[in-house]
Write a protein that binds this ligand. Sequence first.
Ligand code: ZN
Length: 245
Amino acid sequence: MRVAILSDVHGNLEALQATLAAIDEVGVDEVWSLGDVVGYGARPGACLSLLRKHCSILLAGNHDLVASGVTTAEGFSRSARIAISWTGQQLSADERAEIGSWPSAVQHQGIGLAHGSIRDPAWEYVVEPEVARACLEDQVSQIVVVGHSHLALSWRLDDSVVGGAAGVLRTDGDTVEFGERNWIFNPGSVGQPRDRDPRAGWIELDTDGRTCTWHRVAYDVATAQAAIRAAGLPDALADRLGAGL
Ligand code: ZN
């Protein structure tokens, strides 16, 4: 089976449309979303309805849980807090209930999926080697895919590296063959990349060929930025899309 996995759309409709078009062109059996459909971007409802239509798995990220009222925005930056309170007001009660009902981690077809990490599904960032090592040693499935950090990454155990896990930033066209190792993959973010590449990120997982391939897609950043400004959301949220930060 070939699956497209995407994460952290964050209300960026232009990035999501471009990503879904690219996925369509490649042709996959299923599309899975790892959460943070909303927050930061100006089109949360439109992103929700597109993802509902295309995805067979929908996980809730920390921003989804705050927007739906399941948890509070404690720990959010000022701009994230402003955006998530605006987002909550844009969504209907039914939409909030829907995203609040999603799980933040699942095991599906032998693959572990979580927004943050398997052990702390909504909130933990797997960006430090020590954290990656602990997660890799604990995981029951060979392959785990997480989002949340907005960094396109692969992690594997490696005793020769400080912290005991090797993390590699991935770019368009990179492919990893699973082999016998445990891996954690991160597709990066569709709607707010933070690895200095403003293009939307997603991965293609081939469970028969046993490979993971990273993809990046250019999209209409200027329109997404204009929508953020027109909504009265913090300028910084528009600016960062241009830099991929
Ligand atoms: Zn996010």
